[in-house]
Design a protein around this ligand. Structure first.
Ligand code: PMP
Length: 406
């Protein structure tokens, strides 16, 4: 039995009290973005009310306070992911920024004939930057295929790995299917051929507390807005040796040691990758969001969400003509589905009228939709603050939509 006191937890989220189209909001679009608890909103308000200042540069009290809070958040992120050194935590604007930073840096290393492997179930943010990198360098992009269940075919992955492989990119959890990928095996095998690995942890972070030292991963990315934090801030983890080797992504203030018109030398890590005024308040709130989630407990969250996933899967599958995409043995609380003969957008629109928020479309993962030969899916994604009653509302809503549309 789940140990979470969800009724009490829900009181932390002001938005969950609102109505949409005259109905209580049922928010099931957590894979797109999570909601923000009062504890994190308070931190944001406190920052702007009491110590808003630019960091790392002022001698005055406010600047010191803001700098201390921002650096304390970096430490929290470091501890949360068991990262060896705090300067291996780079603040970015989110996963997309983190991935582009690495892809840009690899332009200096990749040569014609080198190969980059990406999984078949990537978010566009984990495909396009590598295509751009290969276009710049003459590298070749290869795809690790997946099966009908939405699992990577690992025998094929092992066959693709050669001494030409320089980089492997894979998400920890697929946003479109919920599949938890075997990243331990992916990382270990890539390292055996000398390839670096970037794991996109955007969808994993709300469900799993990854131990990055144990994983021995080279890069790991997350977005704060998926873990009850604000938008516009995220993290790139990089092993120190890689971050030292990679060239800076953007030039500007804060990332330099010395500037003359003849030559500029760069600041030490992490500042080398943090040009300009960062999202200071966002960084601080990101730390607060991790505190909030740890206060609830990731084991408890995972256990409860699994219960919700099973409950919802069973109830939805009773509906005739409903097919779930992504039936991997290991998956998180994401259900992507369609009903035969009905466009996903139409189901989403009717659900919205009932106050139920789901995502419809290709979920920034068009290759997955091409694989299943569908235009998109309806995706319901559950968080620890969702309830079985909300799942019931979803199921009733889908039944109603079906009756109206067929
Ligand atoms: N990767 C995955 C797996 C995601 O789910 C997302 C967000 N939907 C991203 C990358 C991109 O994250 P962001 O838009 O926050 O940069």
């Amino acid at each position: 039995q789940a140990t979470l006191d969800v009724a009490t937890i829900r009181k932390d989220f002001p938005i969950l009290q609102r109505e949409v189209n005259g109905k209580p909001l049922v928010y099931l679009d957590n894979a797109a973005t999570s909601q923000t608890p009062r504890q994190v909103i308070d931190v944001i308000v406190d920052y702007y009310q009491n110590y808003n200042a630019n960091i790392h540069r002022g001698v005055h009290a406010l600047s010191q306070e803001a700098t201390d809070a921002y650096e304390a958040a970096r430490k929290k992120i470091q501890e949360h992911f068991n990262i060896a050194k705090s300067h291996e935590v780079i603040f970015t604007s989110g996963t997309t920024h983190s991935i582009n930073l690495v892809a840009n840096g690899f332009s200096s290393f990749l040569k014609k004939g080198d190969e980059v492997l990406v999984s078949a179930m990537e978010h566009h943010s984990n495909i396009v930057p590598w295509q751009m990198l290969c276009e710049r360098t003459g590298g070749t992009l290869k795809v690790i295929p997946m099966n009908q269940e939405g699992e990577l075919i690992m025998e094929e992955y092992h066959k693709l790995l050669t001494e030409r492989t320089k980089l492997v990119f894979c998400n920890h959890i697929s946003n479109a299917l919920g599949t938890i990928n075997p990243i331990e095996e992916i990382i270990e095998a890539a390292h055996k051929v000398g390839a670096a690995v970037l794991i996109d942890g955007a969808q994993a972070a709300p469900h799993i507390r990854a131990d990055l030292q144990a994983l021995d991963v080279d890069f790991y990315t997350i977005s704060a807005h998926k873990v009850c934090g604000p938008t516009g801030v995220g993290m790139l983890y990089g092993k120190e040796e890689w971050l030292k080797k990679l060239p800076p992504y953007q030039g500007g203030g804060e990332m330099i040691a010395e500037v003359t018109f003849e030559k500029t030398t760069y600041a030490d890590l992490p500042h080398k990758f943090e040009a300009g005024t960062p999202n200071i308040c966002g960084g601080i709130a990101f730390g607060a969001a991790l505190d909030y989630m740890n206060g609830i407990g990731f084991d408890e969250i995972a256990h409860y969400e699994e219960e919700l996933l099973h409950y919802a899967t069973e109830k939805l599958l009773v509906i005739e003509g409903l097919r779930i995409y992504g039936t991997a043995a290991k998956k998180t609380s994401v259900i992507s589905f369609n009903i035969e003969g009905i466009h996903p957008y139409d189901i989403g629109t009717i659900l919205d009228k009932l106050g139920i928020a789901v995502r419809t479309g290709h979920h920034c993962a068009q290759p997955i939709m091409d694989f299943y030969q569908i235009p998109g899916t309806v995706r319901a994604s559950f968080s620890f603050y969702n309830t079985k009653e909300e799942v019931d509302s979803l199921v009733e809503g889908v039944k109603r939509a079906k009756n109206m549309l067929v």
